[in-house]
Design a protein around this ligand. Structure first.
Ligand code: ADP
Ligand code: MG
Length: 248
C-alpha cells in the first residue's frame, strides 16, 4: 500500500547557513499515529514546513500518498491538514471565518464550506465561541479552532506541530480525545511534541530526532518498553549527560 508519507534523505539549509535538517528519512503507513519527538531546534518544524510547502527542501524527496510534495505541490497539499506551531491567523477574524476561509483556499463552494464549518464547530464544541474574535479566545480554544481549520478539506494526513504547547492540563486532555477520535476515523496523524507523556499516550510509532537526524525509531512499545522507559530512551538518543540517565 502507498504510504501516507514518505520522506527520503531530506536536507534543509536555510539561507542563513543553518542546517536545520541534516538527513531525515521516514515512512508513515496510512492509519498510523506517528510521534515525531525531539528537543527544541532538532528540525521538527522545518521538516513539517518542507512537507507542506512552507519551506523548500534543499535536497531529498517527499511524497504524500505517492504524490511529490514539491513538484505537485497543490495536488499533494490537498491531502494534508496542518496545525502549525505558530498561530498564523487573523486575530480579528472569528472561528467560523477562519475555518471558512481555509475552505475557500481549497476551492470549496460556499454551500460545502458552510456544511463543513457547521460540522466542525459542533465536533470541536466550538458553537458557543464561533462568533468570538480569535484574539479573545483562550489558548486551548485557539488550538481547537486551528485544528478545525486543518480539517476543513477532510484531509487524509493531519500534521500537528506541538498542538498542546501552552494549553492547560484539562484542555490538553480534550485535545488528546479529539486526536484519538480523528485517528480512529482512519486518518493518519503526524504529531510533533517535546512532551514525552503526550507522545507515549497517543502515538503507536515514534521517531526521535536530534540535530536534524532521526536518532531512534520504532514502535512505542519497543522504545518505551526498554529499560527506563521512553524518558531514558529519549535522553540516551538525544545525547544527554550520562548523569541524567537512570542506570548509567
Ligand atoms: P524544532 O521545531 O525541532 O524546534 P526547527 O525546525 O524550528 O526545530 O529549527 C531547527 C533549526 O533551524 C534551529 O536551529 C532554528 O533556529 C533554525 N531555523 C528554523 N527556522 C528558520 C528560518 N526560517 N531561518 C533560519 N533558521 C531557522
Ligand atoms: Mg518546532
Amino acid at each position: 500500500m502507498t504510504p501516507a508519507l514518505s520522506i527520503s534523505h531530506l536536507r534543509k539549509t536555510y539561507r542563513s547557513g543553518t542546517v536545520a535538517v541534516e538527513d531525515i528519512s521516514l515512512t508513515i503507513p496510512e492509519g498510523e499515529f506517528f510521534g515525531f519527538l525531539g528537543p527544541n531546534g532538532a528540525g521538527k518544524s522545518t521538516t513539517i514546513h518542507c512537507i507542506t510547502g512552507v519551506a523548500e527542501p534543499t535536497s531529498g524527496k517527499i511524497e504524500i500518498f505517492g504524490i511529490d510534495a514539491v513538484k505537485n505541490y497543490r495536488e499533494a497539499r490537498r491531502l494534508v491538514g496542518l496545525c502549525p506551531q505558530e498561530f498564523n491567523v487573523d486575530p480579528f477574524a472569528n472561528a467560523r471565518q477562519i475555518v471558512d476561509w481555509m475552505g475557500g483556499y481549497f476551492g470549496m463552494k460556499a454551500s460545502q464550506r458552510k456544511e463543513r464549518t457547521d460540522y466542525l464547530m459542533e465536533r470541536f464544541d466550538l458553537i458557543p465561541h464561533q462568533k468570538k474574535q480569535f484574539r479573545e479566545l483562550s489558548g486551548g480554544l485557539k488550538r481547537r479552532v486551528v485544528l478545525a481549520r486543518a480539517l476543513v478539506n477532510d484531509p487524509k494526513l493531519i500534521i500537528l506541530d506541538e498542538p498542546t504547547a501552552g494549553v492547560d492540563v484539562e484542555l490538553r486532555r480534550v485535545l488528546w480525545r479529539y486526536l484519538t477520535e480523528i485517528n480512529r476515523d482512519g486518518r493518519t496523524i503526524l504529531l510533533t511534541s517535546h512532551y514525552l507523556e503526550e507522545v507515549e499516550r497517543l502515538c503507536r510509532h515514534i521517531a526521535i530526532v536530534s540535530k536534524g537526524r532521526v536518532v531512534r525509531e520504532g514502535t512505542k512499545d519497543e522504545i518505551a518498553g526498554s529499560t527506563g522507559g521512553l524518558e531514558n530512551a529519549y535522553l540516551i538518543a538525544t545525547g544527554a549527560e550520562p548523569d541524567h540517565v537512570a542506570g548509567q
